[in-house]
Design a protein around this ligand. Structure first.
Ligand code: GLN
Length: 232
């Protein structure tokens, strides 16, 4: 081996070793909220799964991490990043100005919007979002759906820890409508066996989902953005 080849081989070996040494078995602590199918839900084996979980697992593997998924309330995801209890939050989380003041977001990975589900009993009185004022609305706590519900019917919003609880309340008629991310509403409608629930035609907002990290962790942010085409 020529000297120059030796130097090159040594450089490659040490670069590989450096990658291996810094990342081997390093655990990426992922905060998620597993009541948001198809993005995250508890699988048949009792373990969180779904689009987001598969995405973060693939990105983490590529960057040399193992993932540890920690299921928590949606409203705990951002605080857990700030206190470094989590390295990453992924939970169908809409990139909002308010959240972007507290955490850093990757480039968007999914385009979404909100929609409204109503109980069929109310179909003659609730035909659009403008008919919701003064009506009791249900939503998941800390979400853009809950914030929008509050704008549509101020002071009349009941919030729940998980989207399924909000769906249940709507089904039994204890609220007139729920405001929630459309893909999750559609998933619920597809699984729903009774025809008690209807979706209104309104689509509210142009949401983009991002993966959130602690504001100081630009290195991790870069890794999560690398080799991934953002949605536009
Ligand atoms: N996209 C909504 C938000 O970011 C809802 C997310 C969720 O409930 N997991 O607020």
């Amino acid at each position: 081996m020529k000297y120059s080849q030796f130097i090159k081989a040594t450089a490659i070996a040490s670069a590989l070793f450096a990658t291996f040494a810094t990342n081997a078995n390093e655990v990426l602590k992922v905060g998620s909220e597993a009541t948001f199918p198809p993005f995250e839900f508890i699988g048949a084996d009792g373990v969180p799964t779904g689009f987001d979980i598969e995405l973060i697992t693939a990105l983490a593997q590529k960057a040399g991490y193992e993932v540890e998924i920690n299921n928590m309330g949606f409203d705990s995801l951002v605080p857990a990043l700030i206190t470094s209890q989590s390295d990453v939050a992924i939970a169908g989380m809409t990139i909002t100005e308010e959240r972007a003041k507290k955490v850093a977001f990757t480039t968007p990975y999914y385009k979404s919007t909100l929609s409204i589900l109503i109980n069929k009993n109310d179909k003659d009185t609730i035909k659009s979002k403008d008919d919701l004022k003064g009506k009791k609305l249900c939503a998941q706590i800390g979400t853009t759906g809950a914030m929008t519900a509050e704008e549509l019917s101020p002071g009349n919003v009941a919030t729940y820890n998980g989207a399924p609880e909000a769906f249940m309340e709507l089904k039994i008629g204890s609220c007139s409508a729920i405001v929630n991310d459309r893909p999750v509403n559609l998933y619920f409608l597809a699984k729903e066996t009774s025809d008690q629930i209807l979706e209104l035609n309104d689509r509210i907002g142009d949401d983009s989902y991002g993966i959130a990290v602690n504001k100081n962790n630009t290195e991790l942010l870069d890794k999560l953005n690398t080799d991934r085409n953002p949605v536009d």
